[in-house]
Structure formats: C-alpha cells, structure tokens
Design a protein around this ligand. Structure first.
Ligand SMILES: *[C@@H]1O[C@H](CO)[C@@H](O)[C@H](O)[C@H]1NC(C)=O
Ligand SMILES: *[C@@H]1O[C@H](CO)[C@@H](O)[C@H](O)[C@H]1NC(C)=O
Ligand SMILES: *[C@@H]1O[C@H](CO)[C@@H](O)[C@H](O)[C@H]1NC(C)=O
Length: 404
C-alpha cells in the first residue's frame, strides 16, 4: 500500500504537537473559562497500540466516488467485514490529541477529583460537548463543571485539532478505543495532571483525579462501551448517549448520512483531509441525522452544521467488531441516555425498543446500576436541542445517586 503510507507520512509531517492554545476568561462565545470554571486546551502526545484491519473497500477521492462507496457498504450482497479483511495491521504510534480540561474554580461540591472523560461521536469533535452559542443553555462541559466535576474532552483521532492520519487503515474504531484507554491511563496515573499544570497558569492547582467517569455520544459511546468491555477496571461509571443496541440499530444504513468528500465539501476548513475523509454534506442531511425540529432553535442547526467534522471510511466498516460487545466485567453504574426521536439509532422512536432486564443480563451483568433514560422530544444530537441542560441534570443525578 505505498500510496497510503505516503499519505500517512505526509499528514504526520504536516502536523505538529503544539497547536493548542491557552484558554482565557472571555465572553459567552468563547470556548473556555468562566468565573466558575477554569479550562485549558492543548495537544497531548498519546501513545497507543491497536490491531486494525486492512480490508477491501472502494476508495473515496472526490464527490463522484461517494455513491459507489455508499452502495458498496449498503448493498445486501456485499461480503461482510470478515470476508473482505486481508490482514490485521498492528499500529504502534504516538498521536497528537487535542484535549480540553476544565475544572471548577472552587471545589464547592467536593467533586473536582472526579474526572469525566467525554468522547464525541462521528461527525463531531470536542465542541459537541462545549457548545459555543448560548453555552449556559447547551454546553455539557459548563453543566458538568457547575455540578462540580472536572471534565476532559478531546478531538477523536481524525477530527478537530488532533492528528489526521490515513483514513482507511489508521483511523479505525480499534485504535480509537486504545486512544481512549491511553488517555484514561494518563489521567489515572497522574501524568495528565502533570501535563496540564503548565497550561493552568494563575494559581489554580490541577486536581489529582481519583474517580473516572466515561461519557460518549453515538460512535463515542460505542468506543466508551468497548473500553468498558475490554478494560473494565479503568472506568468507575459511564453514560452512553445516542447509543442503544436494539433491532432498530443501523437500519438506516450509510445512505442516510448524505456524505460528500470532505475536501470538496469545504476546501478551506477541510484542507488537511485527504482520501477517505467524508462528511455529512448539506445542512439538510445534518438536520435529518441529528435534530428533531420540535426542540430546535434554527441557530443551533447553523451552529451544529458549522462545526461538523468529517469521519473516515476506516471508521465505517471496522466499527463492526466493537459494536455492542458485552461489558461482562464492568462493575460501575451505567446510564443509557437517548433522545426520544433518535433517527439513526432507534429508527426514529426509542420508546419501547429496549428491555432493561434483558440488557443487564446480556451486556452488563455486573453493573452496579443500569438505567435507560429517554429525553422527550429530542433527536440524536442531544446537546443541540432546547432543554439539553435538563437532560444533563438527569445524568448528574444518576451519577450522584451512585456515589459519583
Ligand atoms: C497532587 O499530588 C501531588 C503529589 O502527591 C501533590 O504534590 C500535589 O499537591 C497534589 N495536588 C493537589 C491539587 O492536591
Ligand atoms: C424483559 O425481559 C425479561 C427477562 O427476559 C422478561 O421476563 C420480561 O417479560 C421482559 N419485559 C417486557 C416488557 O418484554
Ligand atoms: C426537559 O427535560 C426534562 C428532563 O428529561 C424533562 O423532565 C422535561 O419534561 C423536558 N421538558 C420538555 C418541554 O420536553
């Protein structure tokens, strides 16, 4: 695969590990600190090893290649991933991951040592968790810090300000799980605190974190669930939003994403995306996937569409093996938080598609608590709907009632 390797090295060479900037207190529209919250953003080198796969899939190098890719993925007679896997690819590398760490300025709730680690879903980077428009109504980061928690958000590999390596063989689900694992270990062994200290000038001591809660959105929840399945001892509690395994999962197929080739969709914003980076193309397809109109302020549609991120062809198919793997040894509490009208996950209606008793038995037998919560009127992109903050309170109440 000489062409792919060249691309990969080209990307690596073009990226540095120092693009993060220091947050400082400013207006509502600034992504960062407030009087009650202190934040820093920087790029953290994260070492990870993973067994990815090399698999057959049509390449996407322009818009005209996209339907061919979508047809291939959605056609009933296309061989399954196992049948089109050529080999495994052992990845062992260090990636620049752009992170944001926010802590309550005063530890009035006594929870600053509980670190939430939030993984965004397909189509988003960490801004999903820290909406910059009317932040007090929409930002999960602000709500979490007001509830007393510290929170680490990050750009998944291939998004935002993180590295954007080869979209077929490198940016795949198994590696995303290992990056979350590495970030969690850095946080658990104090290295995150050490790395953060130079970025928190001004006298606020960075906490030594003692408890770790993982939260995900959509594909980020899949990654989170895989962490709890494979490394259950690393997670003290979890919230999976926009992710529920049922007979309705995935019935919508790849066609519903309305993909375009990322670099053609926005040659300026996505000028560092190469072959295999694809994005939900129009504002319409973005809305169809993520937003329920009844609780939608049109300015959130514009905002969401303006921050959308490409994903990769490699995240498409090789996500299969990590979907819904049972977290047999996960012992913490887990809340599954769904928008009532989640189109991609529940085929438009999450009510009655699950059975908690069954779910517990099959997937989380040792979880100390398991709850499925349906947020009324909301679509797949929970954080972009009116009433988001009331939903966040439901999550914090769940964690609090379970000792976190
Ligand atoms: C974190 O732990 C280190 C080493 O034990 C200690 O020096 C530091 O004061 C602690 N920081 C806080 C904020 O408690
Ligand atoms: C949920 O699953 C349990 C255990 O299999 C079963 O006993 C129960 O009847 C189911 N509940 C519903 C509403 O189907
Ligand atoms: C807002 O969310 C809360 C928490 O889920 C819920 O109790 C309430 O009914 C919601 N309000 C509306 C108008 O949907």
């Amino acid at each position: 695969m000489p062409r792919l390797n060249n691309l990969y090295f080209w990307f690596s060479a073009c990226l540095s590990y120092t693009r993060g900037s220091l947050a400082s207190p400013t207006s509502d529209h600034f992504h960062g600190s407030t009087p009650y919250m202190t934040c820093a953003t920087w790029t953290l080198p994260v070492a990870a090893t993973a067994d990815n796969v090399i698999f057959d899939v049509p390449h996407v190098d322009s818009d005209i290649d996209v339907p061919d890719y979508v047809w291939y993925e959605d056609t009933w007679s296309t061989p399954n991933l196992a049948a089109r896997t050529r080999s495994t690819l052992h990845v062992d590398d260090t990636f620049g991951i752009n992170v944001q760490l926010c802590m309550p300025t005063l530890d009035t709730k006594g929870k600053r040592q509980i670190l939430q680690i939030a993984t965004p879903g397909f189509g988003f980077d960490k801004r999903y968790w820290d909406v910059e428009v009317e932040s007090d109504k929409y930002s999960y980061v602000r709500a979490a810090v007001k509830a007393g928690y510290s929170i680490l958000t990050y750009d998944r590999l291939g998004t935002g300000l993180s590295d954007k390596p080869d979209a077929y063989n490198i940016v795949q689900a198994p590696l995303q799980v290992e990056i979350l694992k590495s970030l969690t270990i850095l946080a658990r062994n104090g290295e995150l605190t050490k790395a953060a200290e130079p970025h928190f000038a001004g006298g606020l001591a960075v906490s030594n974190f003692t408890k770790f809660v993982h939260i995900g959105h959509s594909f980020g929840s899949t990654v989170t669930n895989a962490l709890q399945a494979q490394y259950p001892e690393l997670s003290d509690g979890a919230i999976q939003t926009g992710w529920l395994v049922s007979e309705h999962l995935g019935t919508f197929g790849q066609a519903a994403f309305g993909y375009q080739y990322a670099r053609q969709n926005d040659p300026i914003k996505f000028n560092d995306r190469g072959s295999g980076y694809i994005v939900t193309g129009t504002k319409n397809s973005f809305q169809q996937l993520f937003l329920a109109k009844a609780l939608l302020d049109p300015k959130m549609l514009n905002y969401g569409n303006s921050i959308k991120q490409p994903g990769t062809v490699g995240e498409g198919a090789p996500t299969g093996p990590i979907i819904g793997i049972p977290a047999i040894d996960f012992k913490g509490p887990l809340q599954i938080f769904m928008g009532e009208h989640d189109f991609p996950i529940c085929d438009g209606d999450c009510k009655g598609v699950y059975n908690v008793t069954e779910l517990k038995k099959s997937s989380f037998p040792k979880a100390s608590a398991l709850e499925v919560y349906i947020q009324p009127g909301t679509g797949h992109g929970c954080a972009l709907h009116k009433n988001a903050t009331a939903g966040y309170q439901v999550m914090f109440d769940f964690l609090d009632s379970n000792g976190l």
